[in-house]
Design a protein around this ligand. Structure first.
Ligand code: ADP
Ligand code: ASP
Ligand code: MG
Length: 466
């Protein structure tokens, strides 16, 4: 595969070579609060942007390293970039379904395994990929070193299985690059400020890659996956889905946050804050992918850019909650303190002094939610609560929604025409989400994609609304 074909043209300013100075090697024993060195990039606080270099950070997802052939293909992609003169840092995910298999393994042992031990277990998948890829690169005649998240200087908070990156200490990576090594980093993991292994949540290798690109001032962060870029919807559900050449940061953030697996939302946030040029592309073809945040401001905005769906949400309903000041605050503060992320929340009108509240949350958090609500029931005096895993969320995202009224009405109409009942609705300036029955999700996504003419690119208002 030629270097010209895998073009890295991003319109980025001319680059300079990576700094020769090296900071102290990353260690596991320096808490984030102690970080003062100029070269440290603080992700969680007031950030310092690193000077742009010609380092390329690449990230390869699970399907890109699924078997020996895939790993050899990826080794070649990395070596090509190296031959073109780029120092390369490659972040890798666990192979194929490894992370799911590790989660299953834990479930066979325990119904509610300690989160710290889950992280010890889950972090192994990425280490396997990094070591194997280092071996493949050695075989191509290049020096390579694999590093765990901790060795790579990724410092996180202490929230096991959902940790957030606080700092990156890129000293050890810089030293290896200065020694002409290709650096492989195990994605999705770091070391906490209390020196425990942490993981960053599903899809977390995307965030590892973007954060490292920020810390190293990389010329570009390339997210290699099994599709050619960001599409108008999941191309596995709608074959007519169209690849987008560019997409704004805010739209990708909404797509990612509402279920488009192609990129983890936190990675998009870090890319935006640190101005990391982001290119999402396929590791199976050399075709250019989707560039993020590089839209042409002179262009008319699409009314809708994409449709997403999320299947791993569950709906929780609390019945007959006394309609008193502070009751909702108590419930949601307790859930937040337990690191439960909530999504859509609705409260019904009060009848006879009581009300029902429903919300959605990740299915994985259901055991925790049930425990917390069980504990609060006596104190708050609600009659019961139930949980429902058979829900899904479909979302329309589009910056053009700000200026085109009627998108929500059209969405509800399309769902109604297909006999799909809407159970919950939530909106922001550039997205509309509906919670529906899980069994209808494919029909909903296909119908919405067709109704908003997403396969066609830029369409007029008349074409969509008639
Ligand atoms: P990786 O293992 O490379 O991280 P993921 O499976 O996490 O890959 O994400 C890639 C998958 O995301 C694709 O295979 C595709 O099915 C899915 N996907 C969902 N929505 C979109 C979208 N809008 N554009 C592209 N891919 C999408
Ligand atoms: N292996 C982890 C997961 O499956 C992290 C990642 O792939 O980004 O979620
Ligand atoms: Mg992923």
């Amino acid at each position: 595969m030629g270097d010209e074909e895998r073009s890295r043209q991003s319109g980025a300013p001319p680059t300079e070579s990576v700094a020769a100075t090296v900071d102290a090697p990353a260690t596991v024993d320096a808490p984030a609060a102690d970080v003062t060195d100029e070269q440290y990039v603080v992700i969680g606080g007031p950030e310092r942007k690193a000077e742009r270099t010609n380092v390329v950070v690449m990230k390869f997802g699970g399907s890109s390293v699924a078997d020996a052939n895939c790993i050899k293909r990826v080794a070649n992609i990395i070596v090509e970039a190296r031959k073109a003169g780029h120092p390369v840092v490659a972040v890798v995910s666990a192979r194929g379904d490894t992370t799911d298999e590790l989660i299953e393994m834990a479930k066979e042992i325990s119904a509610d395994p300690p989160a710290r031990e889950m992280d010890m277990l889950l972090s192994t998948g990425e280490r396997i990929s990094a070591a194997l890829l280092a071996m493949a690169i050695h075989d191509l005649g290049y020096d390579a070193i694999s590093l765990t998240g901790s060795q790579a200087g990724i410092v996180t908070d202490t929230v096991h299985t959902k940790a957030k990156i606080l700092d990156i200490k890129p000293g050890r990576i810089r030293k290896a690059l200065d020694e002409n090594k290709i650096v492989l980093v195990a994605g999705f993991q770091g070391v906490s400020t209390t020196q425990d292994v942490t993981t960053l949540g599903r899809g977390g290798s995307d965030t590892t890659a973007v954060a490292l690109a920020a810390a190293l001032g990389a010329e570009v962060c390339e997210i290699y996956t099994d599709v050619e870029g960001v599409f108008t919807t999941d191309p596995r559900v709608v074959p007519e889905a169209r690849k987008l050449d560019t997409i704004s940061n805010e739209e990708l953030l909404e797509l990612a946050a509402s279920g488009a697996k192609v990129m983890m939302a936190r990675g998009v946030e870090v890319a935006r804050r640190f101005d990391v040029p982001l290119h999402i592309r396929s590791s199976f073809t050399s075709a250019p992918g989707t560039w993020i945040g590089q839209d042409d401001p002179s262009m008319e905005q699409a009314i809708v850019s994409g449709v997403t769906y999320a299947l791993d949400d569950a709906k929780v309903t609390i019945h007959d909650l006394p309609d008193k000041v502070g009751v909702a605050a108590k419930i949601f503060t307790t859930l937040a303190n337990a690191h439960v992320n909530l999504d859509v929340i609705i409260q019904n009108v009060s009848a006879g002094g009581t009300t029902d509240i429903s919300f959605t949350a990740s299915e994985d958090d259901l055991p925790k939610i049930s425990r917390i609500l069980g504990e609060l029931q006596g104190e708050l005096g609600f009659t019961s609560f139930d949980t429902d895993k058979e829900v899904a969320k479909v979302t329309l995202v589009g910056a053009g929604m700000k200026t085109y009224p009627g998108v929500a009405a059209k969405m509800f109409e399309v769902l109604a025409e297909n006999g799909i009942n809407i159970e919950m609705i939530s909106t922001s300036t550039i997205k509309i989400s509906c919670v529906i029955r899980k069994q209808h999700v494919e029909t909903a996504v296909k119908a919405l994609h067709a109704a908003f003419r997403l396969h066609k690119g830029m369409v007029s208002r008349e074409e969509v609304f008639g």
